[in-house]
Design a protein around this ligand. Sequence first.
Ligand code: SF4
Length: 346
Amino acid sequence: MRLSSKDTLHLSIPFLVLSGITDARTEQGQAMIAFGPVPSRRLGRSLGINNIPPKLCSYSCVYCQVGRTIAFETGRQRFYEPERILDEVRERVRQTTELGETIDYLAFVPDGEPTLDLELGRSIEALKPLGIKIAVICNSSLIDQDEVKLALAPADWVSLKVDSTIEHVWRKIDRPHRSLKLDRILEGMLEFRDMYKGELVTETMLVSGMNDGKENMEAVAAFLSSLKPDKAYLSIPTRPPAEKRVRLPEEGALIRAHQILEKQVGKVEYLIGYEGDAFASTGDAEQDLLSITAVHPMREDAVEKLLAKSGAPRSVVENLVAEDRLIEMEYDGHRFYVRRFSKGKN
Ligand code: SF4
Protein backbone atom coordinates (compact mmCIF):
# COMPACT_ATOMS: atom_id res chain seq x y z
CA MET A 1 0.00 0.00 0.00
CA ARG A 2 1.31 3.45 -0.89
CA LEU A 3 0.60 6.30 1.47
CA SER A 4 1.08 9.04 -1.04
CA SER A 5 -0.97 11.56 0.90
CA LYS A 6 0.18 10.37 4.28
CA ASP A 7 1.33 13.82 5.14
CA THR A 8 -2.07 15.39 4.60
CA LEU A 9 -3.08 14.58 8.14
CA HIS A 10 -1.30 13.67 11.24
CA LEU A 11 -0.39 10.03 10.86
CA SER A 12 -2.37 7.24 12.41
CA ILE A 13 -0.05 4.78 14.09
CA PRO A 14 -2.56 1.89 14.16
CA PHE A 15 -3.05 2.48 10.44
CA LEU A 16 0.67 2.20 9.83
CA VAL A 17 0.84 -1.00 11.85
CA LEU A 18 -2.08 -2.53 10.00
CA SER A 19 -0.57 -1.56 6.69
CA GLY A 20 2.58 -3.43 7.63
CA ILE A 21 4.69 -0.39 6.92
CA THR A 22 6.23 -0.18 10.30
CA ASP A 23 6.06 -1.57 13.75
CA ALA A 24 4.98 1.64 15.40
CA ARG A 25 4.42 0.29 18.89
CA THR A 26 6.54 -1.36 21.49
CA GLU A 27 5.68 -4.81 22.84
CA GLN A 28 3.96 -3.06 25.75
CA GLY A 29 1.68 -1.33 23.27
CA GLN A 30 3.22 2.10 23.77
CA ALA A 31 3.56 4.34 20.77
CA MET A 32 7.09 4.56 19.47
CA ILE A 33 8.58 7.98 19.03
CA ALA A 34 10.14 7.27 15.63
CA PHE A 35 8.37 5.31 12.90
CA GLY A 36 8.63 4.69 9.20
CA PRO A 37 9.97 5.93 6.89
CA VAL A 38 6.70 6.27 4.99
CA PRO A 39 6.22 7.65 1.48
CA SER A 40 4.72 11.10 1.42
CA ARG A 41 3.96 13.14 -1.68
CA ARG A 42 5.10 16.37 -0.14
CA LEU A 43 8.12 15.10 1.74
CA GLY A 44 9.33 12.08 -0.19
CA ARG A 45 10.35 9.32 2.22
CA SER A 46 9.80 10.72 5.67
CA LEU A 47 10.65 9.24 9.01
CA GLY A 48 7.81 10.15 11.36
CA ILE A 49 8.31 11.52 14.86
CA ASN A 50 5.55 11.15 17.39
CA ASN A 51 6.47 13.79 19.97
CA ILE A 52 3.22 13.91 21.96
CA PRO A 53 0.80 11.39 23.55
CA PRO A 54 -2.02 10.09 21.30
CA LYS A 55 -4.72 12.52 20.26
CA LEU A 56 -3.70 15.45 22.34
CA CYS A 57 -4.87 18.41 20.33
CA SER A 58 -6.11 21.99 20.45
CA TYR A 59 -8.58 21.22 17.65
CA SER A 60 -11.10 18.47 17.15
CA CYS A 61 -11.45 18.67 13.38
CA VAL A 62 -14.56 17.00 12.00
CA TYR A 63 -12.41 15.21 9.43
CA CYS A 64 -9.64 14.05 11.79
CA GLN A 65 -8.54 10.56 10.83
CA VAL A 66 -7.59 9.65 14.36
CA GLY A 67 -11.03 10.32 15.79
CA ARG A 68 -12.38 12.92 18.15
CA THR A 69 -9.88 14.68 20.38
CA ILE A 70 -9.47 12.88 23.71
CA ALA A 71 -7.24 15.40 25.45
CA PHE A 72 -8.38 18.86 24.41
CA GLU A 73 -5.49 21.18 25.34
CA THR A 74 -3.86 24.46 24.50
CA GLY A 75 -1.30 24.41 27.32
CA ARG A 76 2.13 23.36 26.13
CA GLN A 77 3.77 20.58 28.12
CA ARG A 78 6.97 18.58 28.35
CA PHE A 79 6.59 14.99 27.14
CA TYR A 80 9.94 13.53 26.08
CA GLU A 81 13.43 14.80 26.63
CA PRO A 82 15.00 15.91 23.32
CA GLU A 83 17.84 13.44 24.01
CA ARG A 84 15.36 10.57 24.05
CA ILE A 85 13.83 11.72 20.77
CA LEU A 86 17.32 11.97 19.28
CA ASP A 87 18.26 8.47 20.51
CA GLU A 88 15.15 6.87 19.03
CA VAL A 89 15.35 8.74 15.75
CA ARG A 90 19.07 8.03 15.38
CA GLU A 91 18.42 4.32 15.91
CA ARG A 92 15.63 4.33 13.35
CA VAL A 93 17.84 6.17 10.87
CA ARG A 94 20.58 3.57 11.45
CA GLN A 95 18.17 0.66 10.86
CA THR A 96 16.77 2.31 7.74
CA THR A 97 20.20 3.06 6.32
CA GLU A 98 21.31 -0.51 6.96
CA LEU A 99 18.40 -1.68 4.84
CA GLY A 100 19.69 0.52 2.05
CA GLU A 101 16.68 2.84 2.26
CA THR A 102 16.81 6.62 2.09
CA ILE A 103 15.16 9.26 4.24
CA ASP A 104 14.28 12.67 2.81
CA TYR A 105 12.78 14.25 5.93
CA LEU A 106 12.43 13.73 9.64
CA ALA A 107 8.82 14.78 10.11
CA PHE A 108 7.02 15.76 13.30
CA VAL A 109 3.59 14.32 12.52
CA PRO A 110 2.06 12.98 15.74
CA ASP A 111 -1.56 11.93 16.30
CA GLY A 112 -2.30 15.42 17.58
CA GLU A 113 -0.73 18.86 17.59
CA PRO A 114 3.11 18.83 17.66
CA THR A 115 3.48 22.41 18.92
CA LEU A 116 1.85 21.40 22.21
CA ASP A 117 5.27 19.94 22.99
CA LEU A 118 7.24 22.45 25.02
CA GLU A 119 10.48 20.79 23.90
CA LEU A 120 9.73 20.91 20.16
CA GLY A 121 12.34 23.55 19.39
CA ARG A 122 15.06 21.84 21.43
CA SER A 123 14.18 18.50 19.85
CA ILE A 124 14.51 19.97 16.35
CA GLU A 125 17.89 21.45 17.30
CA ALA A 126 18.98 18.10 18.77
CA LEU A 127 18.14 16.32 15.50
CA LYS A 128 20.00 18.79 13.27
CA PRO A 129 23.37 17.00 13.50
CA LEU A 130 21.81 13.95 11.81
CA GLY A 131 22.01 16.02 8.62
CA ILE A 132 18.45 15.23 7.45
CA LYS A 133 15.94 17.97 6.70
CA ILE A 134 13.26 18.47 9.35
CA ALA A 135 9.55 19.05 8.75
CA VAL A 136 6.66 19.92 11.05
CA ILE A 137 3.00 19.59 10.10
CA CYS A 138 1.00 21.71 12.53
CA ASN A 139 -2.50 23.08 12.88
CA SER A 140 -1.34 26.71 13.41
CA SER A 141 -3.51 27.15 16.51
CA LEU A 142 -0.66 28.18 18.84
CA ILE A 143 1.37 30.17 16.33
CA ASP A 144 0.42 33.47 17.97
CA GLN A 145 2.78 32.50 20.82
CA ASP A 146 6.32 33.73 20.25
CA GLU A 147 7.75 30.56 21.86
CA VAL A 148 5.94 28.48 19.24
CA LYS A 149 7.29 30.59 16.38
CA LEU A 150 10.78 30.23 17.81
CA ALA A 151 10.31 26.47 18.24
CA LEU A 152 9.32 26.08 14.57
CA ALA A 153 11.98 28.44 13.21
CA PRO A 154 14.84 25.90 12.99
CA ALA A 155 12.71 23.44 10.95
CA ASP A 156 13.43 23.26 7.22
CA TRP A 157 9.80 22.87 6.19
CA VAL A 158 6.63 23.86 8.03
CA SER A 159 3.03 23.22 7.03
CA LEU A 160 0.33 25.49 8.49
CA LYS A 161 -3.33 24.55 8.47
CA VAL A 162 -5.67 27.16 6.96
CA ASP A 163 -9.10 25.55 6.61
CA SER A 164 -10.94 28.82 6.97
CA THR A 165 -10.41 32.45 7.85
CA ILE A 166 -14.11 32.96 8.57
CA GLU A 167 -14.93 32.58 12.25
CA HIS A 168 -18.10 30.47 12.06
CA VAL A 169 -16.69 28.21 9.36
CA TRP A 170 -13.44 27.71 11.32
CA ARG A 171 -15.46 26.80 14.44
CA LYS A 172 -17.57 24.34 12.48
CA ILE A 173 -14.78 22.47 10.72
CA ASP A 174 -11.81 22.64 13.12
CA ARG A 175 -13.83 22.82 16.37
CA PRO A 176 -11.10 24.73 18.23
CA HIS A 177 -10.52 24.79 21.98
CA ARG A 178 -12.64 27.59 23.43
CA SER A 179 -9.61 29.65 24.44
CA LEU A 180 -8.39 30.02 20.83
CA LYS A 181 -8.96 33.18 18.81
CA LEU A 182 -8.93 33.08 15.03
CA ASP A 183 -7.72 36.66 14.51
CA ARG A 184 -4.71 36.02 16.73
CA ILE A 185 -3.90 32.81 14.88
CA LEU A 186 -4.04 34.56 11.49
CA GLU A 187 -1.88 37.39 12.80
CA GLY A 188 0.54 34.87 14.27
CA MET A 189 0.90 33.12 10.90
CA LEU A 190 1.76 36.40 9.20
CA GLU A 191 4.35 37.20 11.88
CA PHE A 192 5.82 33.72 11.48
CA ARG A 193 6.07 34.23 7.71
CA ASP A 194 8.14 37.36 8.31
CA MET A 195 10.69 35.63 10.49
CA TYR A 196 10.80 32.13 8.98
CA LYS A 197 13.62 31.27 6.58
CA GLY A 198 12.58 27.74 5.60
CA GLU A 199 9.95 26.43 3.19
CA LEU A 200 6.47 27.42 4.31
CA VAL A 201 3.42 25.62 2.92
CA THR A 202 -0.25 25.69 3.83
CA GLU A 203 -2.86 22.99 3.81
CA THR A 204 -6.58 23.51 3.41
CA MET A 205 -8.71 20.44 3.95
CA LEU A 206 -11.94 20.72 2.00
CA VAL A 207 -15.16 19.29 3.37
CA SER A 208 -18.32 19.44 1.31
CA GLY A 209 -20.80 22.05 2.49
CA MET A 210 -18.49 23.32 5.23
CA ASN A 211 -15.54 25.17 3.72
CA ASP A 212 -15.54 24.31 0.01
CA GLY A 213 -17.83 27.18 -1.02
CA LYS A 214 -16.79 30.25 -3.03
CA GLU A 215 -17.02 32.65 -0.09
CA ASN A 216 -14.71 30.65 2.16
CA MET A 217 -12.19 29.94 -0.58
CA GLU A 218 -12.05 33.62 -1.54
CA ALA A 219 -11.44 34.52 2.10
CA VAL A 220 -8.69 31.88 2.38
CA ALA A 221 -7.16 33.11 -0.90
CA ALA A 222 -7.15 36.73 0.31
CA PHE A 223 -5.33 35.66 3.46
CA LEU A 224 -2.84 33.51 1.54
CA SER A 225 -2.06 36.43 -0.75
CA SER A 226 -0.65 38.17 2.35
CA LEU A 227 0.91 35.06 3.85
CA LYS A 228 2.69 34.16 0.60
CA PRO A 229 3.31 30.46 1.27
CA ASP A 230 5.80 28.71 -0.99
CA LYS A 231 2.97 26.38 -1.90
CA ALA A 232 -0.69 25.99 -0.92
CA TYR A 233 -2.06 22.45 -0.75
CA LEU A 234 -5.71 21.52 -1.08
CA SER A 235 -6.58 18.21 0.47
CA ILE A 236 -9.65 16.09 1.01
CA PRO A 237 -10.46 13.57 3.73
CA THR A 238 -9.23 10.34 2.18
CA ARG A 239 -9.62 8.17 5.25
CA PRO A 240 -12.51 7.65 7.69
CA PRO A 241 -13.19 10.96 9.45
CA ALA A 242 -14.01 11.62 13.11
CA GLU A 243 -17.57 12.51 12.14
CA LYS A 244 -19.59 10.33 9.78
CA ARG A 245 -21.36 13.36 8.31
CA VAL A 246 -18.14 14.55 6.66
CA ARG A 247 -18.45 14.38 2.87
CA LEU A 248 -15.88 14.78 0.13
CA PRO A 249 -16.24 17.90 -2.00
CA GLU A 250 -17.58 17.53 -5.52
CA GLU A 251 -15.02 17.77 -8.32
CA GLY A 252 -16.51 21.15 -9.36
CA ALA A 253 -15.85 22.55 -5.89
CA LEU A 254 -12.29 21.25 -6.02
CA ILE A 255 -11.65 22.90 -9.38
CA ARG A 256 -13.18 26.16 -8.13
CA ALA A 257 -11.04 26.09 -4.98
CA HIS A 258 -7.91 25.54 -7.07
CA GLN A 259 -8.76 28.37 -9.45
CA ILE A 260 -9.55 30.81 -6.66
CA LEU A 261 -6.32 30.09 -4.78
CA GLU A 262 -4.19 30.06 -7.90
CA LYS A 263 -5.13 33.68 -8.63
CA GLN A 264 -3.58 34.73 -5.30
CA VAL A 265 -0.89 32.11 -4.67
CA GLY A 266 1.30 31.01 -7.55
CA LYS A 267 1.68 27.39 -6.56
CA VAL A 268 -1.38 25.38 -5.61
CA GLU A 269 -1.52 21.61 -5.57
CA TYR A 270 -4.01 18.96 -4.67
CA LEU A 271 -3.28 16.29 -2.13
CA ILE A 272 -6.05 13.93 -3.01
CA GLY A 273 -4.49 10.63 -2.20
CA TYR A 274 -3.15 9.33 -5.48
CA GLU A 275 -0.05 7.32 -5.94
CA GLY A 276 2.51 8.07 -8.55
CA ASP A 277 4.80 10.92 -9.27
CA ALA A 278 2.94 14.06 -10.10
CA PHE A 279 4.31 15.61 -13.25
CA ALA A 280 6.61 12.74 -13.99
CA SER A 281 6.71 12.82 -17.75
CA THR A 282 6.64 9.21 -18.76
CA GLY A 283 5.92 9.79 -22.44
CA ASP A 284 2.79 7.75 -21.76
CA ALA A 285 -0.07 10.23 -22.28
CA GLU A 286 -2.54 8.27 -20.16
CA GLN A 287 -0.20 8.06 -17.18
CA ASP A 288 0.80 11.71 -17.55
CA LEU A 289 -2.83 12.83 -17.65
CA LEU A 290 -3.68 10.84 -14.54
CA SER A 291 -0.61 12.09 -12.65
CA ILE A 292 -1.10 15.72 -13.53
CA THR A 293 -4.85 15.83 -12.91
CA ALA A 294 -4.28 14.31 -9.49
CA VAL A 295 -2.44 17.52 -8.62
CA HIS A 296 -4.06 20.21 -10.81
CA PRO A 297 -7.18 20.47 -12.93
CA MET A 298 -6.06 20.62 -16.58
CA ARG A 299 -7.60 22.96 -19.07
CA GLU A 300 -8.55 21.49 -22.42
CA ASP A 301 -5.80 23.40 -24.27
CA ALA A 302 -3.16 21.99 -21.90
CA VAL A 303 -4.52 18.49 -22.47
CA GLU A 304 -4.35 18.98 -26.23
CA LYS A 305 -0.73 20.10 -25.96
CA LEU A 306 0.18 17.09 -23.85
CA LEU A 307 -1.46 14.72 -26.34
CA ALA A 308 0.35 16.38 -29.23
CA LYS A 309 3.68 16.16 -27.42
CA SER A 310 3.36 12.43 -26.85
CA GLY A 311 1.78 11.81 -30.26
CA ALA A 312 -1.27 10.31 -28.57
CA PRO A 313 -4.78 10.38 -30.05
CA ARG A 314 -7.73 12.25 -28.53
CA SER A 315 -9.30 8.86 -27.74
CA VAL A 316 -6.89 8.52 -24.76
CA VAL A 317 -8.84 11.26 -22.97
CA GLU A 318 -12.20 10.02 -24.17
CA ASN A 319 -11.46 6.54 -22.86
CA LEU A 320 -10.38 7.87 -19.46
CA VAL A 321 -13.62 9.87 -19.26
CA ALA A 322 -15.66 6.83 -20.38
CA GLU A 323 -13.94 4.69 -17.75
CA ASP A 324 -14.80 7.36 -15.16
CA ARG A 325 -11.16 7.87 -14.24
CA LEU A 326 -11.18 11.43 -15.52
CA ILE A 327 -13.98 13.97 -15.25
CA GLU A 328 -14.75 16.59 -17.88
CA MET A 329 -16.24 19.83 -16.49
CA GLU A 330 -17.03 23.36 -17.55
CA TYR A 331 -15.75 26.05 -15.22
CA ASP A 332 -15.38 29.78 -15.77
CA GLY A 333 -15.90 29.48 -19.53
CA HIS A 334 -13.32 26.72 -20.00
CA ARG A 335 -13.42 22.97 -20.17
CA PHE A 336 -11.34 21.26 -17.49
CA TYR A 337 -10.29 17.72 -16.78
CA VAL A 338 -9.81 16.50 -13.24
CA ARG A 339 -9.00 13.12 -11.80
CA ARG A 340 -11.99 11.21 -10.46
CA PHE A 341 -11.55 10.96 -6.72
CA SER A 342 -14.98 10.85 -5.14
CA LYS A 343 -16.02 7.29 -5.81
CA GLY A 344 -17.39 5.61 -2.70
CA LYS A 345 -17.98 8.76 -0.71
CA ASN A 346 -17.54 8.30 2.98
S1 SF4 B 1 -5.41 19.35 14.09
FE1 SF4 B 1 -7.31 18.39 13.49
S2 SF4 B 1 -6.62 16.79 12.06
FE2 SF4 B 1 -4.78 17.39 13.22
S3 SF4 B 1 -4.78 15.95 14.96
FE3 SF4 B 1 -5.86 17.80 15.65
S4 SF4 B 1 -8.01 17.30 15.33
FE4 SF4 B 1 -6.80 15.84 14.09
